[in-house]
Ligand binder design. Structure first.
Ligand code: NDP
Length: 309
């Protein structure tokens, strides 16, 4: 019997145990405190495991990140030299698209203005704009970004996307490379950040990039807080230069109680849940990768640790 060690500060083990053991009955899914760190522990399914976690399992063949972001393992010195895969689950992409669609529609239909007017019992008519007039820009066209961008296009928005390498997506005007960023931002009214956090994207959106957006633009960040310079963001929001922000992620989580983002009236804060790993659908991918590794093949959705995603 081989063991998969499961560690996450937020995800309960039970649904993963049930789902993975149903597909692979010869694998025991166990929490770290339920097993001895011995040679039977061949697989790890983890989200932000404690420091030195991997040193306890010298016989690992595969590490799977319990999510989409490789930054969960960035900067560790206890990573063994084994493949690291991430989850890639259509249900996770669907959940993310729902959040992005909600946040974009909320701005496109001026809902924050009506929320504010209702608090003052004020009848505040704003004539709705057509979706095709509203320019939405998606930074990052990976598995989650591409799904959200095509869904927004399907809803009729005027959608552009930006990635490192060129892409072709139905209904989405695709741009690539750092040199295309300034023009992309200048043409975006609602900016959706869906990039991974890497050395290249950390601090990518600073004061200059935020100022490149049209006055009153909105920002939706569902990727990682540290991609945006938070001090510059607070300043742009407080001045009204940036019209609003929907933030699911922050440079430090949980967001400090005295952080100015809590108090800005044009900010919606959610606690990092735009999308989560869903055992019933993602367990199949975890099991398939275990089967591949057992066959001596490389796992799918492998992270390029040097590239950072
Ligand atoms: P992918 O790794 O599939 O895609 C990343 C995209 O970003 C690719 O299009 C890639 O370009 C682009 N990219 C990477 N680096 C650069 C760069 N330097 N310049 C321009 N484009 C770049 O990621 P996903 O779509 O699966 O997920 C995106 C992020 O969402 C995750 O990394 C994670 O941090 C976050 N996330 C947040 C969740 C939440 O609940 N808030 C839940 C799940 C994920 P190319 O295609 O050319 O490689």
């Amino acid at each position: 019997m081989e063991t998969l060690v499961f560690s996450s500060p937020v995800d309960p083990i039970e649904p993963w145990r049930t789902a993975i053991e149903a597909i692979l009955p010869d694998i025991a899914v166990r929490a770290p405190d339920a097993i001895e760190p011995d040679a039977s522990v061949r697989y790890a399914l983890v989200w932000k495991p404690p420091q030195n976690f991997f040193a306890r399992y010298p016989a690992l063949d595969l590490i799977t990140i319990l999510g989409a972001g490789a930054d969960a393992l960035a900067g560790r010195d206890d990573l063994p030299d084994v493949p690291v895969a991430r989850l890639s689950d259509p249900e996770m992409a669907r959940m993310m698209s729902h959040y992005v669609l909600f946040a974009v529609l909320r701005y496109a239909r001026d809902i924050p203005a009506f929320e504010a007017a209702q608090r003052e019992r004020r009848w505040h008519y704003v004539h709705p704009r057509e979706a095709r007039e509203i320019r939405v820009g998606v930074l990052g066209l990976g598995q989650l970004g591409a799904a959200a961008a095509t869904e927004l296009a399907r809803q009729g928005f005027c959608v552009s996307g930006w990635s490192r390498t060129p892409k072709h997506l139905p209904g989405v005007a695709c741009h690539a490379g750092r040199e295309a960023l300034a023009a992309f931002l200048a043409d975006t009214e609602i900016l959706v950040v869906m990039l991974p956090l890497t050395p290249e994207t950390r601090g990518l959106l600073g004061a200059g990039e935020l100022a490149a957006l049209p006055a009153g633009a909105k920002l939706i960040n569902v990727a990682r807080g540290a991609i945006v310079d938070e001090a510059a963001l607070v300043e742009a929001l407080a001045s009204g230069r940036l019209g609003g922000a929907t933030l699911d992620v922050f440079a430090r989580e949980p967001l400090d109680r005295d952080h100015p983002l809590w108090r800005l009236p044009n900010v919606l804060v959610t606690p990092h849940l735009a999308s989560v790993a869903i055992p019933a659908s993602a367990a199949r991918q975890v099991a398939d990768n275990i089967a591949r590794v057992r066959d001596g093949r490389a796992p799918l959705q492998r992270i390029d640790l040097a590239r950072g995603y």
